[in-house]
Write a protein that binds this ligand. Structure first.
Ligand code: SAH
Ligand code: SF4
Length: 396
């Protein structure tokens, strides 16, 4: 029998596991604290647990973190870890320190099956879902490795990491059964004690799963929008063909019913001559503010496109990003332009490549789609095709 990896359990699951071993459920709380709050993997060191339990655990269980393949530190303090998840797959996790917070960007899958045209993870195809232990293990490793190094705590008191964003490799809502217990470990006061608003799930728009998350664990929700119309979004985010914008925005509105003081963060990757005209910005305003059926409490986060080889796409020039932001702001929508961090170590959004054995042949399917993508001039002012020559702007 293979040993159970205790990183795979949320507190409830660990309680049930302790019961199976013939132990009182409350023992799980102590065990959970040893693992997540103190970062201890050796049962023998958990001295307030009965010796008999420690012995039993050593026989049937482990606390087995993933193997670190590499760690790269950027000039701006960003750290990127590559973890081996077996079978020739590696996933990436990024630590982003800022003045008032320290965010960990966590992966949910080895690769991604969604095939968004501007994303390097999507281009690699999909290998497999991560387990709960592999999702939580990224936070476990980062938090305890940084603490051991004496990295100053963020505003979160004892803890180094104050925020988690599920924005690494993969579509988190496509791996819901592993994601949910992982979120619970992050929120649990006996685990990492992060508040609901400091944990963000980012999705390309899995409508039914947004509904489930709302019921089960309504953490902060970010939605990768990238286009104001179905025709354009169908090209950039293929999932839109299944769940078009009005379905997606309705699901977002319903999500906020469970979290009334919250808002949805719409991510919008700025692609030169693809989705970045002022008309596109005005269409977004119409979509999220003027249209009664889809009006929604939201913020926009404009992401400068991070290039990767053979994307065939370029980022919008800085002036256009700022002009686009102005249209949204003038309409009263809070809009930020994301700073690109960890550029020198390819740790920015959409650059996380890891190493993935593509089991879905997504790479082939994408290669067959004509690249660079041809966007028809859907609205006045939009330019057809992509401007490969335009300069790449970065906001470091
Ligand atoms: N699959 C989820 C979460 C991971 S991607 C999602 O799509 O939301 C995290 C964010 O990075 C998404 O908003 C995604 O659209 C964005 N992104 C992907 N590729 C990018 C690139 N090359 N440049 C900038 N942002 C990118
Ligand atoms: Fe997957 Fe998100 Fe990349 Fe799309 S943007 S391919 S959903 S990781």
């Amino acid at each position: 029998m293979t040993a159970a990896n205790l990183l795979d359990f949320d507190l409830d699951g660990l309680g049930a596991y302790c019961e199976q071993l013939g132990e009182k459920r409350f023992r799980a709380t102590q065990l959970f604290q040893w693992i997540h709050q103190r970062g201890v993997t050796d049962f023998a060191a958990m001295h307030d647990l009965a010796k008999s339990l420690r012995g039993k655990l050593a026989e049937v269980a482990t606390v087995q973190p993933m193997e670190v393949v590499s760690e790269q530190v950027s000039a701006d303090g960003t750290i990127k870890w590559l973890f081996d998840v077996g079978g020739g797959n590696a996933i990436e996790t990024v630590f982003i320190p800022e003045d008032d917070r320290a965010t960990l960007c966590v992966s949910s899958q080895a690769g991604c099956a969604m095939g968004c045209s501007f994303c390097s993870t999507g281009r690699q195809g999909f290998s497999r879902n991560l387990s709960t232990g592999e999702i939580v293990g990224q936070l476990w490793h980062a938090e305890h490795a940084l603490r051991r190094r004496g990295v100053a705590s963020s505003s979160a008191g004892e803890r180094v990491i104050s925020n988690v964003v599920m924005m690494g490799m993969g579509e988190p809502l496509q791996n819901y059964s592993a994601l949910l217990p992982a979120l619970r470990v992050m929120l649990d006061d006996h685990g990492y004690g992060l508040s609901r608003r400091r944990v963000t799930v980012s999705t390309s728009g899995m409508v039914r799963m947004i509904e489930r998350l709302r019921e089960d664990c309504p953490v902060a929700l970010a939605v990768s929008l990238h286009a104001p119309t179905d025709a354009l979004r169908d090209e950039l985010v293929p999932l839109n063909r299944k769940h078009p914008l009005d379905q997606l925005l309705r699901a977002c509105r319903r999500y906020l019913e469970r979290a009334p003081r919250d808002f949805i963060t719409f991510e919008y990757c700025m692609l030169d001559a693809v989705n970045d005209s002022l008309d596109h910005a005005r269409q977004l305003v119409a979509l999220v503010r003027d249209e009664p059926a889809t009006r929604i409490a939201c913020k926009f986060n404009l992401i400068p496109f991070n290039p990767f080889p053979q994307s065939g796409l370029s980022g919008s020039p800085r002036e256009r990003v700022l002009a686009f932001a102005d249209v949204l702001r003038e309409a009263g929508i809070v809009t930020t332009v994301r700073k690109t961090r960890g550029d020198d170590i390819a740790a920015a959004c959409g650059q996380l490549a890891g190493e993935v054995q593509d089991r879905t042949r997504a790479r082939d399917r994408l290669a067959r789609r004509s690249m660079p993508i041809q966007i028809l001039p859907l609205v006045a002012g939009a330019r057809a095709g992509t401007a490969a020559s335009a300069g790449q702007e970065k906001t470091t």
